[in-house]
Design a protein around this ligand. Structure first.
Ligand code: ADP
Ligand code: TRP
Length: 320
């Protein structure tokens, strides 16, 4: 069973990314044949600064290795190290009806936000289909925003198979319905674009500053406080076990402590939770050659699968 996912190389990771996506992705590791790549070709549709893209690519590799990708259990590489996907992208383009792409929410949303509509942005789902289909992926774990892209992939694959026989594996998406939206500092969805994030790899000082900004009501210190709808409590739920949460509820009710105390407890919890990842990150930051070796090994493994698949596809469509 091959599980494949792509990650965009974009900026610092926050608690929403971790609890909403990365943690679920890593649960496949060791249980399935997990293929994970850094989608740097896709990133070009929105990032037009070469130095920044190079830096983000290495940063995301280091961050994901630190958070738990194990190169002995998974295949981890950079998308552009397997050029065959670009060839499949072109072949699939000829099987992709315009209407399928014109209906893509992600494209329409970006255009509505005033982002310039370039062809890369429009054909983004076809490249994503090539990513998925070239490796015979069975399952694609995605956030809700990416479901339609996997549906488009299925449609393209079915069209291709109708013309050429059962060559492409039809993938299924998997979203985790149990994953709640992680609230940001203001209680809205935590997101880079809202500037309300708590970042995984913050320094202790930054973490103190970020947790300090969580919005609460203004109940005075000596009065009992409500924990049910408190943003600090909601974030504590990600890090505390049942007993710790009951204890925290007692502290809310006691009227002996203020929100500053609860924020300090949250800060400690976040800091401790990511301690092992921080240590690994420190190691990889000082051993970037090792990171490049891991990505190269991953690309070799991925390329082998892609090359074999492309031979079959080329033969079928008549590319000599
Ligand atoms: P951002 O909104 O900060 O730009 P991305 O869109 O890059 O985040 O998110 C990457 C992944 O992290 C997505 O799969 C998404 O489902 C998940 N994710 C992001 N923010 C949250 C959140 N607040 N709660 C749960 N999951 C989230
Ligand atoms: N579009 C995905 C995102 O923005 C990244 C991605 C590219 C991807 N190719 C993929 C995800 C293939 C799953 C499978 O998050």
């Amino acid at each position: 069973m091959r599980v494949l996912t792509g990650i965009q190389p974009s900026g610092a990771l926050h608690l929403g990314n971790y609890f909403g996506s990365i943690k679920q992705m890593l649960e496949f590791q060791g249980k399935s044949d997990l293929f994970i790549f850094i989608a740097n070709y896709h990133a070009l549709t929105s990032l037009k600064n070469g130095d920044m893209l190079k830096k983000n690519t290495i940063d995301v590799a280091i961050n994901f290795l630190s958070l738990g990708i194990d190169p002995n259990l998974s295949t981890f590489w950079v998308q552009s190290d397997v050029k065959e996907v670009l060839e499949l992208y072109w072949i699939l383009s000829s099987y992709t009806p315009m209407g399928l792409l014109e209906r893509a929410h992600s494209y329409k949303d970006k255009v509505a936000k005033g982002i310039m509509a370039n062809h890369g942005l429009f054909s983004y789902p076809v490249l994503m289909a090539a990513d998925i289909l070239i490796y015979d992926s069975n399952i694609v774990p995605v956030g809700k925003d990416q479901i339609q892209h996997v549906e488009i992939t299925r449609d393209i694959a079915i069209k291709f198979n109708n013309a050429n026989g059962q060559i492409l594996t039809i993938p299924e998406f998997k979203t985790d319905e149990n994953v709640a939206t992680v609230p940001g500092l203001d209680g809205a969805k935590m997101s880079k674009s809202y500037g309300n994030t708590i970042n995984i790899f913050s320094t202790l000082k930054e973490l103190k500053k970020q947790t300090g900004k969580i919005i609460t009501d203004s109940t005075p210190l000596e009065e009992p406080k409500e924990w049910e709808n408190c943003n600090v409590y909601k974030l504590c739920e990600l890090f505390m076990n049942e007993n710790e949460l009951l204890n925290l509820q007692d502290r809310y009710k006691s009227g002996k402590e203020g929100y500053g105390h609860f924020k300090a407890s949250l800060k400690e919890k976040i800091w401790d939770y990511f301690e092992p990842a921080r240590e690994k990150r420190e190691y990889y930051l000082n051993h970037k050659d090792e990171v490049l070796d891991i990505l190269n090994d991953g690309a070799k493994k991925a390329r082998k699968v892609a090359v074999a698949k492309m031979e079959i596809i080329r033969e079928k469509v008549g590319i000599l």
